[in-house]
Design a protein around this ligand. Structure first.
Ligand SMILES: Nc1ncnc2c1ncn2[C@@H]1O[C@H](COP(=O)(O)OP(=O)(O)OP(=O)(O)O)[C@@H](O)[C@H]1O
Length: 234
């Protein structure tokens, strides 16, 4: 049984339907990428899983339980964390306060979780007293990821983690994500940087106009002529 099982999902915004019968699986500890052209609905899949869109039909099961129709505050308690593409830190709060916000559903903030995040992102420990708004783009992205890890989720949803980063930082960001996954957290990631994402992930989905177009191992998608020509720039 997959950790996350999306079946025949229809979803959108208000009356506007974007997703049309989407199917996806993410196994426990899997590393899955969603790629596809602009406006295909990739982010909408992530937002739908996290309860941020209008649900219109189909099912989303997490750990064997239906979560479609639930809101984010309920979903986060089930073991799912989501890092939006932008505006994903509280700029006026310090790095440490941002991390503490990530544990808001708990009674107290376990110092062991803060330490675990610092171990993964040493720069956050160095900058813990600094306001998040003063960090570089890459550091803010790491902070957003660190905050999402505060509850030690079973599945991390990442929307374009490499967006806006300089090329050397892109590689570092992907390395960090690889490590998070290797430590046992399943990752579902949307990426514009499709080749790099498919190179690293176990499985990929190509989404076009709100529908599944291709799915396979990352490697097989990279090697697929049709996928290369249509979505990976040859
Ligand atoms: N809050 C919203 N309200 C209404 N329409 C929206 C909203 N967010 C996204 N859309 C529309 O939904 C469609 C899919 O957007 P989505 O962001 O999921 O695509 P995407 O595949 O992630 O593309 P991109 O790579 O450009 O972010 C687009 O036509 C977009 O304009």
């Amino acid at each position: 049984m997959a950790l996350l099982e999306i079946r025949d999902l229809d979803a959108g915004y208000g009356d506007l339907q974007i997703l049309d019968g989407v199917d996806m699986d993410v196994g426990s500890e899997a590393y899955v990428a969603i790629v596809g052209p602009n406006g295909a609905g990739k982010s909408t899949v992530m937002k739908s899983v996290f309860g941020l869109t209008t649900y219109m039909g189909g099912s989303i099961e997490f750990d064997g339980e239906e979560i479609s129709g639930l809101g984010p505050s309920e979903i986060i308690t089930r073991g799912l964390s989501y890092v939006p593409q932008s505006d994903n830190v509280f700029a006026g709060l310090t790095v440490r306060e941002n991390l503490e916000m990530g544990a808001y559903t708990l009674d107290g903030v376990p110092e062991s979780r803060v330490e675990a995040v610092f171990e993964r992102f040493p720069i956050l420990e160095e900058r813990q007293g600094q306001r998040a708004g003063s960090l570089s783009g890459g550091q803010q992205q790491m902070l957003a990821m660190g905050r999402a890890l505060m509850l030690d989720p079973d599945l991390l949803l990442l929307d374009e983690p490499s967006a806006g980063l300089a090329p050397d930082l892109v590689a570092e960001m992907f390395d960090r994500i690889d490590e998070i996954n290797e430590a046992g957290t399943a990752v579902l990631m949307v990426e514009q940087n499709a080749k790099e994402a498919l190179r690293r992930c176990d499985r990929g989905y190509v989404l076009v106009q709100g529908q599944n177009r291709h799915e396979d191992t990352g490697r097989a998608l990279l090697d697929d002529e049709r996928v290369r020509a249509d979505f990976l720039g040859g």
